[in-house]
Design a protein around this ligand. Structure first.
Ligand code: TPP
Length: 508
C-alpha cells in the first residue's frame, strides 16, 4: 500500500466532514481534518474489522473519545461499507438520523460507544481492553479465540478531564498492553491555545502511569504506521501515541486555530480547502478508487472473520463444553438462576446483598464484581471470587481503587465489550462522583449494576459528609435508570433478580 492512497483516503474524509458540517450548518471540522491521516493508517493497515458484521466478537474496538469529531468516524464507516449511506451522511446532526452530532452507540452500526462527554470514551476503552484480557484468559485454551486490540483517539479535552487520570492510571497498573491510544495533540481547545489552561507534561504523566509513550508527526504516514507497530508489540504496557497534529488540517485560513474546532468552515473556506488539498470541489465527493480500495480492505476483514469462525467450529469439535460456555457469554445469557430466600429478614441489606452475590455469582460466570475500595463495606465480593490482576487475568473481582467515576465508565466499557456483566460498589453518597457514567449507562441501555450502600438515616459517626440526602431523588430523576431500594433481605434478593433481568438498562 502506498502513501498516496492513504492520503487520498484521508483527504476524502476531510472533504466529507467539511461538507456534512457545512450542510448541517453546525459541527466540529477540526478533529476529523486533523486526525484523518492517523485514522487512514489505522483503518487501512491495522484495524481488524468486518463492515458486514460490525458485532463480530473478536473485532478490534475503536473508540473516538472526542465524540464531537463524529464526522471522522461516519465518513470512514460509509467509505468502508458499513450500513451507513451517503444519504445518512447528508443528514448529519438531524433528528432521528443515523448520524447524530455526537456518537451514539444505539444509532449507528460500527459505533462502539456513546461519546461526547469528554474523558468517558477513553474510560470505556479501558473497560473494553480489560474485558478482552479476562475473556482471553478464560477462553484461549487450545485455540486462541479472543485476541484483539482496543484503539482509542483522545484529545486535549479528554486528557484534562479528571476521569482520564483515574482510568489511565488503572490501565497502566493493570498492564493493559493491548490498549493503544492516539493523543490528538493539536494544542487547541475551544477557548484557544492550550497554553491558557493546560501545560502538563503528558509524556511524563503517562510514563508515570507505566505506559509506553511514543511520539509522531500525525500527518506522516510512515511514522504513524511505525508507532502502531511498536505499540502492538508492547504487550505489557498500554501505549500512548502522541500525534502532533494541526487542527483543521488543510484549511488555508483556519487550520491551527480554535476557529476550526467547532464551527463550519463557511462556503468560501470549504472551496479554498478543497483546492488546497487537491480534491474535487464537488460536494460529498468520494473517488471511485477510494471506494474500491476500501472494499478491498473490507473484504480482507471479512476473510479474517471467516477464519475466526472456523476456529470456533474447531472449538466446537474439540471442546464442546468450552464452546457452549463461549456461546453463552457472547449472548450475555445468565440462564436459570436460584436466588436465595432468607428466613431471617432482619439483617442489613448490604449484608444480604453480599450473601445473594455469593449464591448467584457462582451460577452466573459472566458476573464480574468490584468496588471503588470499599469492598468490606459494600459486601460486593462474593465467596469464591478472586482478585483480577495482571498475574490473574481470570480473576473476577476488580479493585478499581478510589476511582468512582472511572469505575462507572470502565464498567460501561466492559458491558459494551460484551461477554461480561459488571457490577460495582461504593457508598451511596459517592454516587455523585460517578453520576455522569451512570447517566451514560442509562442512555446506552447497558446492563450495569451499581451497588450503593449506606443510605440509612442511622448512618452514624461518619457524619454529614457521608449522609446521602438528595441522592435517592436525584437518581430516580434519571431516565432509564432502574433504582431499587430493598428494605429487607428478601427484597434485596428480589432486587438482584430484577436488576439482572433488566438486560437493557442499568440498575442501582
Ligand atoms: C465533559 C465535557 N465538558 C465540556 C465539553 C464541551 N467541549 C466539547 S469539545 C471541547 C474542547 C475539546 O478540546 P480538544 O479535545 O482539544 O478537541 P479539539 O479542539 O482538538 O477538537 C469542549 C470543552 C464536553 N463535550 N464534555
Amino acid at each position: 500500500m502506498n502513501n498516496r492512497i492513504l492520503q487520498q483516503l484521508a483527504n476524502t474524509v476531510r472533504g466529507l466532514s467539511i461538507d456534512a458540517i457545512q450542510k448541517a450548518n453546525s459541527g466540529h471540522p477540526g478533529l476529523p481534518m486533523g486526525m484523518a491521516d492517523v485514522a487512514s493508517v489505522l483503518f487501512n493497515k491495522h484495524l481488524k474489522f468486518n463492515p458486514k458484521n460490525p458485532d463480530w466478537f473478536d473485532r478490534d474496538r475503536f473508540v473516538l473519545s472526542g465524540g464531537h469529531g463524529s464526522m471522522l468516524l461516519y465518513s470512514l464507516l460509509h467509505i468502508y461499507g458499513y450500513n451507513l449511506t451517503m444519504d445518512d451522511l447528508k443528514k448529519f446532526r438531524q433528528l432521528h438520523s443515523k448520524t447524530p452530532g455526537h456518537l451514539e452507540v444505539q444509532e449507528t452500526e460500527g459505533v462502539e460507544t456513546t461519546t461526547g462527554p469528554l474523558g468517558q470514551g477513553i474510560a470505556n476503552a479501558v473497560g473494553m481492553a480489560l474485558a478482552e484480557t479476562m475473556l482471553a484468559a478464560r477462553f484461549n485454551q487450545e485455540i486462541e479465540l479472543i485476541n484483539h486490540f482496543t484503539f482509542s483517539m483522545l484529545g486535549d479535552g479528554d486528557l484534562q478531564e479528571g476521569i482520564s487520570h483515574e482510568v489511565c492510571a488503572f490501565a497502566g497498573h493493570n498492564k493493559l498492553g493491548k490498549l493503544i491510544a492516539f493523543y490528538d495533540s493539536n494544542k487547541i481547545t475551544i477557548d484557544g491555545d492550550t497554553s491558557l489552561s493546560f501545560t502538563d507534561d503528558t509524556r511524563k504523566r503517562f510514563e508515570a502511569y507505566h505506559w509506553q509513550v511514543l511520539e509522531v508527526d500525525g500527518h506522516n504516514y510512515d511514522e504513524i504506521d511505525q508507532a502502531i507497530k511498536q505499540a502492538k508489540v508492547e504487550t505489557e504496557k498500554p501505549s500512548l501515541i502522541i500525534c502532533k497534529t494541526i487542527i483543521g488540517y488543510g484549511s488555508p485560513n483556519k487550520q491551527g486555530t480554535h476557529h476550526v474546532h467547532g464551527a463550519p468552515l463557511g462556503d468560501d473556506e470549504v472551496a479554498l480547502t478543497k483546492k488546497n488539498l487537491g480534491i474535487s470541489e464537488e460536494n460529498f465527493y468520494i473517488p471511485k478508487e477510494v471506494y474500491e480500495f476500501a472494499a478491498d480492505i473490507a473484504a480482507k476483514g471479512a476473510e479474517v472473520e471467516k477464519n475466526w469462525n472456523n476456529l470456533l467450529l474447531d472449538l466446537q469439535k474439540s471442546n464442546s463444553e468450552l464452546y457452549r460456555q463461549f456461546k453463552t457469554i457472547v449472548n450475555n445469557e445468565i440462564g436459570d438462576v436460584n436466588f436465595p430466600y432468607f428466613k431471617e429478614g432482619k439483617i442489613a441489606t448490604r449484608k444480604a446483598s453480599g450473601e445473594v452475590l455469593s449464591v448467584i455469582t457462582s451460577q452466573i460466570p459472566i458476573m464480574v464484581g468490584g468496588s471503588a475500595d470499599l469492598t468490606p463495606s459494600n459486601n460486593t465480593r462474593a465467596k469464591g471470587q478472586t482478585s483480577y490482576s495482571p498475574g490473574n487475568r481470570q480473576g473476577n473481582y476488580i479493585h478499581y481503587g478510589i476511582r468512582e467515576f472511572g469505575m462507572g465508565a470502565i464498567m460501561n466499557g466492559i458491558a459494551l465489550h460484551g461477554g461480561i456483566l459488571p457490577y460495582g460498589g461504593t457508598f451511596f453518597v459517592f454516587s455523585d462522583y460517578m453520576r455522569p457514567a451512570v447517566r451514560l449507562s442509562a442512555m446506552m441501555g447497558l446492563r450495569v449494576v451499581y451497588v450503593f450502600t449506606h443510605d440509612s438515616i442511622g448512618l452514624g459517626e461518619d457524619g454529614p459528609t457521608h449522609q446521602p440526602v438528595e441522592h435517592l431523588t436525584s437518581l430516580r430523576a434519571m431516565p432509564n435508570l432502574l433504582v431499587l431500594r430493598p428494605m429487607d433481605a428478601n427484597e434485596t434478593s428480589v432486587a438482584w433478580q430484577v436488576a439482572l433481568k433488566n438486560t437493557n438498562r442499568p440498575s442501582a
